[in-house]
Design a binder for this molecule. Structure first.
Ligand SMILES: [Zn+2]
Length: 461
């Protein structure tokens, strides 16, 4: 009994130091209505259908991106948001060419592999590059093998996703070097080209993956492409049987001068503190394959939808709430950088920034980058969420586009965390299409964002 009293006392010393915030029925009612409205009306899902199906792929600098800018501006204007405007931003412009092929011969049999140029790759000659292959699983291995083993060959990065992690993103983090810096490392040792195993958790499909990559000034820019996971397995197996086999790789891509593009901003003006801003956004650009439905059409319609839910319930926010469609997250982050630059130049006061760029699957929680005191405070807000959607606020996280604002101004940032089990089967592949988005799952994301914005707006951080 004595022990029990001590435990109770120490519990209170830890958790009762601030007054316990009473349950606010009004808040609960508003949040419940956000969810029920989103689930019943499915407006985000319909917006995503139009963005994915009528506009489709929208890489930076493309016609698709231009259309998406005009479309999202019009959507927010038609909804009657208080102000809708564009922020000019110059973006990098790269286009994939037609030529994309990889194969080797097993005796007389031609074995075709599925390949996709990494975003930004240079072209091979028309006839392709045919050379022996060096398979590695790390950048260090390339260094260890050195020029005598690499020069004149094709480097094949074949590090698979570690399937043991519950958080698939951990595997993405561990394998991402293959796509991002693989070409630079291979070129340092005189390779003619490099290919990499797609950053995918799939074990049964062969969709090759694309995504941002880098070249280094003063070093040859060599063609760099992703092989589907089954193709990678096939190549690896064939190399075990015949280490001298020659792989042919054909890739094409062209760099153009930077293009004029835009971030799209729609806002609901704050009644009490119009100068204070809560940003909620996603990125409007996508890769050039698939439809960018999950990445990041979902985040865009989540964000527009969050403001829409405020509007439908006739909630006048205390602070200004901005939905921002960022441009060029995928290779350059120019939109996010521009947004922060303008915020600083205009002396804007940002309370918080929230990003949804983790897909349209079921939301699970929010990552948070701010102070420990703030993180402790917001834990109390979990009582307003259904545990089947938002069940945690965890330390760390945010989003690429709001990162510059966070780093340069100290604005606390949140990232919507999503159930990621299926994410890396379609991420940056031709599989990222509207059909893979589930209406109810998507709408839960919209309502979750609206709820978080509401809580920040009402209680502050
Ligand atoms: Zn994204």
């Amino acid at each position: 009994m004595k022990n029990f009293t001590i435990i109770l006392l120490s519990f209170c010393l830890i958790s009762c130091k601030d007054e316990i915030v009473p349950f606010d029925q009004e808040t609960s009612d508003v949040i419940n209505t956000f969810y029920s409205d989103a689930l019943e009306k499915r407006e985000s899902y319909e917006l995503l259908r139009v963005l994915s199906k009528d506009i489709g792929a929208r890489p930076s600098g493309s016609e698709g991106a231009k259309k998406a800018v005009l479309w999202s501006k019009k959507v927010m204007e038609d909804y009657g948001f208080d102000t809708v405007y564009l922020q000019e931003v110059m973006v990098p412009h790269w286009e994939r060419g037609e030529l994309e092929e990889a194969y080797f011969y097993n005796g007389k049999e031609k074995i075709n592999l599925s390949i996709l140029g990494a975003g930004g790759t240079v072209s091979t000659p028309k006839e392709g590059i045919t050379a022996e292959v060096v398979e590695v699983a790390s950048l260090d291995e390339v260094d260890e093998l050195g020029r005598e083993n690499i020069e004149g060959k094709i480097v094949f990065y074949n590090k698979a996703f570690n399937q043991r992690y519950i958080n698939v993103g951990t595997s993405y983090g561990e394998t991402g070097f293959q796509r991002r810096t693989g070409a630079v490392k291979a070129a340092e040792h005189g390779a003619l080209a490099s290919v990499f195993r797609s950053l995918s958790s799939s074990t049964y499909e062969d969709f090759p993956h694309t995504g941002g990559m880098s070249y280094k000034e003063g070093l040859d820019s060599i063609p760099h492409g992703g092989l589907g996971v089954l193709s990678s397995e096939k190549l690896s197996q064939a190399l075990k049987e015949n280490p001298k086999l020659k792989l042919t790789v054909k890739l094409s891509g062209t760099w153009y001068p930077d293009a004029l593009s835009h971030n799209v901003v729609g806002l609901l003006r704050g009644e009490k503190n119009p100068e204070k801003i809560i940003t909620v956004g996603g990125h409007l650009d996508s890769w050039d394959i698939g439809e960018g439905a999950h990445d990041d059409g979902a985040g865009c319609v989540h964000s527009i939808g969050a403001l829409r839910l405020f509007q439908k319930q006739n909630i006048k926010p205390n602070n200004t709430i901005r939905a921002v469609m960022f441009m060029n997250e995928e290779f350059g982050l120019r939109g996010g950088l521009k947004y922060a630059e303008i915020a600083i130049k205009e002396n804007e006061q940002h309370i918080a920034a929230i990003e949804s760029d983790a897909s349209g699957y079921v939301p699970r929680g929010f990552g948070f980058s701010g102070s420990d005191e703030q993180l402790e405070k917001i834990q109390d807000w979990l009582k307003y969420f259904d545990k089947n959607t938002i069940s945690y606020f965890s330390k760390g996280g945010g989003g690429a586009d709001i990162g510059p604002l966070h780093r340069q101004t100290g604005t606390p940032m949140f990232g919507l965390s999503i159930d990621g089990q299926k994410y890396f089967e379609m991420h940056h592949t031709a599989k990222d299409v509207f059909e893979l988005v589930h209406a109810r799952e998507l709408e839960l994301g919209t309502a979750s964002l609206a709820s978080l914005v509401y809580l920040i707006d009402k209680y502050g951080l």
